[in-house]
Design a protein around this ligand. Sequence first.
Ligand code: HEC
Ligand code: HEC
Length: 227
Amino acid sequence: MKRVLSRMLVASGLMLGASLTVPSFAAQPQGFPSPDAERGGTLYEQGDAARGIISCASCHGEGGNSTLPANPKLAGQHYGYLHAQLIDLRQLPDAEAPARISPIMNPRAQNLTNEDIADISLYLSQQTLTEAATATNPDLVELGQKIWRGGIAEKGVPACAACHGATGSGIPAQYPYLSGQFNSYIAEQLQLFRSGERNNDEAMVDIAARMSDAEIAAVADYAAGLR
Ligand code: HEC
Ligand code: HEC
């Protein structure tokens, strides 16, 4: 486990350099048409009743600015990350289950074509997070900041900042922003990684497995308030 993590950290260091030169469409397989953000926006806001796709905005808010903590904010999230999540949330014909299990999202992603996923991901990545969530508990700042910046050395938990950035803005293409995301959503995802219910990322499963409830609560609140 430890070796996997350190290899991933090295890889992420390489990615950091690579992300400066690789175009943001890196996640788009070759041979696919370039994504169409306008088409993605229409599909996101209105859905497509004929194909059984209901409006994403009804849960994730206009332009991805969700105001309901149950539904994550998506505005301005990195294209590559959104693209990968929608692929993982959809069950492929030859697979036993989707790579990312979510009783709510799996049926929503199922009817999306590759083109829909690329178009919606590009549209959302171009939106601005207008209603960023904030930290809520001053008592958690000290522990949250310690974990964010330095990890938890005695448990082998690396600094979150190494992959999600000093200000929580993430790193394109595959490291999501956490700053301004709902603290409850961040904490819930860490719990899902810890229990293995969300297991579409080996590094995050390994990291969350080493964290206590108190550490998860502290770093989730701190991350939400980062700018
Ligand atoms: C009924 C409400 C609902 C609808 C409609 C909905 N979503 Fe979601 N979505 C959620 C919830 C809740 C989650 C969190 C899932 C989890 O953690 O299991 C989520 C998660 C996601 C994620 C992962 C976000 C992240 O940070 O990892 C993406 C991407 C997403 N939804 C895109 C969409 C798109 C695109 C549509 C429209 C086709 C859509 N959603 C429709 C409720 C909804
Ligand atoms: C080795 C790099 C790395 C480190 C260190 C790291 N993360 Fe992550 N994190 C990722 C990647 C990659 C993803 C996207 C996973 C996926 O594709 O499903 C992610 C996803 C997440 C998500 C899900 C976000 C969403 O929108 O659903 C949360 C929450 C999260 N990380 C929190 C943390 C916290 C808190 C720490 C520090 C304790 C941390 N991460 C440290 C790489 C890392």
